[in-house]
Structure formats: C-alpha cells, structure tokens
Design a binder for this molecule. Structure first.
Ligand SMILES: C[S@@+](CC[C@H](N)C(=O)[O-])C[C@H]1O[C@@H](n2cnc3c(N)ncnc32)[C@H](O)[C@@H]1O
Length: 252
C-alpha cells in the first residue's frame, strides 16, 4: 500500500494509543481523556529505567514486548535504539494493527507475531536483552507461570507493569494449628469471563492480580538477581502515583 493511503487508513479510525505519525499528526485514541496518561507515565518509567541500566542502548541490543497490543511500546523500544524488537500478542487484530503502524512509521527492525505468552520458550524463540510485560499479568490465571516465561526469555532486564491488589501477610495454620507457615502474599481474583471479547481483556476470563509485595517476592524467587520497584515520576497517572498499578524491574 502506498504511504499516503496507509496514513489515510490509519487516520480514519481510533486507536488504543496516540501514535505520532511521521507527518507529525497524532492518531485519535478511544481511551477516555482521563485514562490516557497511563501510557505516558509508563513510557516515561520504561525510558528512565532502561537509560539508567544501559545508558545509550548498545548496538545489537534486542527486546521483546509481551502482549504488545498495537505495538506502542515496541515502537518506543525501537526508537530508543534496540536493534531488533519482537512484539507478541494473543489477538490477531492487534498484530495486524501493530504491523500497519510499524509500516507507516518505517520501522524495519520490529516484527510482530500472534502468540500466546505461554507458547514462548528460549529454546525456540531465543533470549532478549530487554523484556517488557506491561498490562498483561493481571489478565492471566497463571501469573507466576507468565513471570517464569518472561524470566526465561530475559538476558538483562525485565520490566513488569501490572495492576495490583491488597496484600495479605502473617501466619497461616498449615495442616495443624501447631504447624504454621508465613504468608508471602496474595492474589486478588477478578472476573473477566464475560469480557473476553474485549480488546484489552483476558483471553480466558479468570484473572489473578498480585499484591506489590507478592510480585516482588515471586520475581526474587524465580531467579532475578535484583528486583526493584520503580518510583513513579512527578505528575504520574493517578493509579501509578497511588500504587494501584506498579512497574517492577527484574535484573538477571
Ligand atoms: C491491557 S492490554 C495491555 C497492552 C499493552 N501491553 C499495554 O500495556 O499497553 C492486555 C493485552 O494482553 C493481551 N493478552 C491477553 N492474554 C494474553 C496471552 N495469554 N498472551 C499474549 N497476549 C495476551 C491482550 O490481547 C491485550 O493486547
């Protein structure tokens, strides 16, 4: 398709993100005004964490964006200097959209695949210096398994961004009142069973959101050598400012 037709097609509809097109124009977003800052804040946090880790992104650095949706963060990973970026998402319509935007932006180094996160392995897909898992964990019934997948694909730094739930701690009787175990945290169960058609939703419907402390503990247990909760920037989107969504970095 020629470039002007492509841009026309893109401008005729609304998107999940505001993409700034090569013409300088921005795509319309269907997100309500008050929620749009979620993307800006997460982008800012991703960029400052990766800059702190890499400085300038070294040549030959690779990245994977798990649950890439329309490829907004994949696009920014490429713009920051990752040499090769892979975006995967379970929904075909997102992969088609991400590919369209990518073509309009002229990126040669991003490839998108329709994949379930649980189908990825380092043996078949390789490993990536940077792994992003934004907005996915709390749409899954097996969030620990997904974190293990992310860790297995990661060569340097893994950024996990998620909605979180309340924390539970203390001691629990474990078989007998005299046998107790400390509780390492909790997951909140959310029902998306009737919303699996939604573009941003779970594909299966049963969703488990960890508490912040639980997420950090699990990331340490599955083998990240250092795990840090990232500080929201000034003026962050309210959910991130008040710790209802968090971004955690795990380092190999
Ligand atoms: C809330 S959106 C987040 C999109 C993007 N990562 C972001 O943070 O802006 C959730 C995304 O997860 C995708 N998704 C849900 N379950 C998935 C799975 N099992 N494997 C891969 N992608 C999945 C959805 O299709 C959707 O694009």
């Amino acid at each position: 398709m020629d470039k002007s037709h492509l841009l026309q097609q893109i401008q005729q509809r609304e998107w999940f993100y505001h993409f700034t097109l090569p013409s300088g124009e921005s795509t319309e977003s269907y997100l309500p005004d008050e929620a749009r800052a979620v993307h800006d804040t997460r982008l800012q946090m991703m960029q400052s964490c990766l800059h702190a880790h890499y400085g300038e992104i070294p040549e030959a650095t690779t990245a994977i964006d798990l649950a890439c949706h329309q490829g907004y963060f994949s696009h920014h990973l490429s713009t920051m200097g990752h040499q090769q970026v892979t975006g995967i998402d379970a929904r075909k319509e997102h992969i088609d959209d991400a590919s369209l935007i990518c073509e309009a932006m002229g990126h040669q180094n991003i490839q998108f695949q329709q994949r379930d996160v649980f189908s990825l392995t380092p043996e078949t897909d390789g490993q990536f210096d940077t792994v992003l898992m934004f907005g996915l964990l709390y749409h899954l019934e097996n969030p620990v398994g997904a974190l293990r997948v992310a860790k297995s694909l990661c060569k340097q730094v893994c950024l996990v961004e998620t909605q979180v739930g309340p924390h539970v701690s203390g001691q629990l009787d474990w078989g007998h009142y005299e046998f107790v175990k400390p509780m390492m945290g909790s997951f909140t169960v959310i029902d998306e069973c009737h919303e699996t058609h939604g573009p941003e939703m779970s594909t299966l419907g049963i969703c488990l959101a960890p508490s912040t402390e639980t997420l950090i503990w699990i990331m340490q247990k599955i083998g990240f050598s250092k795990v840090e909760l990232l500080t929201p920037p000034k003026g962050a989107y309210e959910q991130i400012r008040f710790g209802k969504r968090v971004m955690v970095a795990g380092y190999i």
